[in-house]
Design a protein around this ligand. Sequence first.
Ligand SMILES: O=P(O)(O)OC[C@H]1O[C@H](O[C@H]2O[C@H](CO)[C@@H](O)[C@H](O)[C@H]2O)[C@H](O)[C@@H](O)[C@@H]1O
Ligand SMILES: O=c1ccn([C@@H]2O[C@H](COP(=O)(O)OP(=O)(O)O)[C@@H](O)[C@H]2O)c(=O)[nH]1
Length: 723
Amino acid sequence: MPRLLLVSNRLPVTVKAEKDHVSVVRSPGGLATGLSRPHERSGGVWIGWPGDVSRLSAAQRTQVESQLSALRCVPLYLSASEVSRFYEGYSNRVLWPLCHYLLDRIPRQDRDWEAYAKVNERFAELAASHYQPGDTIWVHDYQLMLVPGLLRKRLPEARIGYFHHIPFPSSEIFRTLPHREDLLRGLLGADLVGFHTPSYAHHFSSSLLRLLGLETDLDNVTYEGRTVRVGGFPMGIDAEAFEKVSQEPGVLEELRVLKERSAGQRLLVGIDRLDYTKGIPRRMLALQRVLERQPALRGRLRLIQVAVPSRTQVEDYAAYRDKVDELVGRINGMYGTVHNVPIHYLYRSFNEKQLAGLYRAADVMLVTPVRDGMNLVAKEFCACRPDEDGVLILSEFAGAASELRDALIVNPYDVEAMADAIEEALRMPVDTRRRRMRTLRAQVKSRDVHWWVGSFLDTLQGMPTPSIRKGSVGVAEVVASLKEKRPRVLLLDYDGTLRDVTSRPELAVPEPELIMLLRRLAALPDTAVHVVSGRLKETLEQWLGALPVGLHAEHGLWSRSGQGAPWRMLEGVLPEWKEQARPLMEAFAARVPGSFVEEKTASFAWHYRQVDPGYGAEQARELRLKLAEVFAHGHMEVLPGDKVVEVRPRGVHKGRVVEKALAGAAPGTLVAAFGDDRTDEDLFAALPEGALSVHAGDRLSRATYQVSGPAEVRKVLASLLEA
Ligand SMILES: O=P(O)(O)OC[C@H]1O[C@H](O[C@H]2O[C@H](CO)[C@@H](O)[C@H](O)[C@H]2O)[C@H](O)[C@@H](O)[C@@H]1O
Ligand SMILES: O=c1ccn([C@@H]2O[C@H](COP(=O)(O)OP(=O)(O)O)[C@@H](O)[C@H]2O)c(=O)[nH]1
């Protein structure tokens, strides 16, 4: 296992100071619970904030540091202003509500972006200083969305993963954020970007498409010459450890006492950080509705609600606390007696053993957040029920709901339906409870935290080793090689290589400078120039026909060896396929507004560059599937391009040009091919040994050199004109 560097806002510990004594204890929260030890086993370190230590004396700080270092933790101290602007400000006042679909809670003016960016820089700097070649870096959560990008700049070859622990919202929500592009680019610094559910991963991919124009092919996005994988990795818990704790004598004794004191009562349990995403008020209103509807349950039903203090300096959390307090008071006032109250409210945190006692005592566990990335409490409850009893009521808006289908799934916004679910849970026969709990437990045990860490890290390790972008080093090298004194053949793609892509194909007419450049190149001694394009021969003839260059149209279907020479078609291509494809292509053009079909002699291209990006990509996938059905025998090839799907007879591709262009060439001729898209990869693949290939752009390519685009291609070609 490579050394693992974990980077998260919080270290998995909390520093507690009492008089002279300081101790470092495990902090509450899903991330801390889930990832406590893998970094230690690998010999790596965990970098993060140890919490507020401003009141500690110098001697206490030294004690803290030695305790942290024993746990292989490296502290990054945040100043009071950073806590207020980076943590409470941008992270928890902006990103947290945004990702939980609560736009109204975001301040009208976000002033804390700069602090967020600066603290992300600090994290990246510290992580980079601990990096050793071969290490894997795993960055966690929304507080550090810029860190992967900042690390990539410092460590181009590092293996970097990022996991987003909270929901990634629909692109319609995400695009409201002023710094949306910066955050997406930050995440794309990673090799692997993980989410709890496939639907969060899908939302992220559609934000990439809509905001950065980047298409995800299966799970992969190409960005700055690297492949970034996007995927769903539902986080689990240490199920075995929870099950073990739930059977300890101390816990069983606590359970006995709890049951004895609530004799004759059914127990509902809720355990949450006091966070406005957790849906506590609606849950209490649902309880109130049950008590209203069923007077017989009054005095016989009790909700134990644990609310762990959280982010108390953020106003919305303080206001939420007041709201919950008031509601508890109101409901207890209405339905309480001198003997008991329906809501037993505990505003404090508990340790694992105490929690296990509560999980075991629950007849019904209420996990009803209005949004939640995963919710580990739901899984902990199942792990703590070796008796296979207890009913889980789970919000459909918690990530856990995509796995725990045997819970009673509820819409937390529908108070009546939640009341119905509570009644159903209370009525549920024991054999149904057992059957459901057995399935839930099997799920929680098989996909536990070890599975989660393993599957994320295995996927990350399986990614190709990131290589340093070839970039402008390529320009100098390719020029030097091309200037060698021997005969040379230049094979040049047109759109995206010699000429920038335009909004409609007919607008990409060559400018006078380009015509001049090609004319002068072709006039160089011992230099043959060929333009190899996907365009119609009529277009190439009209635009470039007057030049003394070879022209190859429609990916090599048609070729003209030189100025004035006749156009000849590739042998062996049968034209019947076309009438089979035509109705489908035309149907797609008709049903997708803004798209159109370009007809060529031996291919159809369906263009969707003016279509809404998400819808266009979806329809392109659909068209590819349909074409594969129509041409099931493999006579045709379907080529996904940049906002285009092209279908053509198999065996017609740019690689076929190489043989023709080299016919009669002297031995030792230097061949150089330039191209930018998928169709040019065929050309590169067919080049003879010793040839040069140059990719224009930042996609993955088999080319030996890479330049940024048409401007750099022209620069390379122009340098050949210099003596
Ligand atoms: O560090 P805090 O501000 O005190 O907040 C505690 C943690 O809350 C969030 O938890 C999330 O991660 C869980 C595990 O993946 C997931 O089950 C839950 O749904 C999320 O809300 C937050 O993401 C962490 O960064 C915080 O440390
Ligand atoms: O008094 C408490 C209440 C909760 N937790 C832990 O806090 C985590 C909460 O994680 P969850 O995913 O449910 O929500 P988050 O708080 O991370 O949003 C769980 O592991 C709980 O065991 C705890 O240690 N003490």
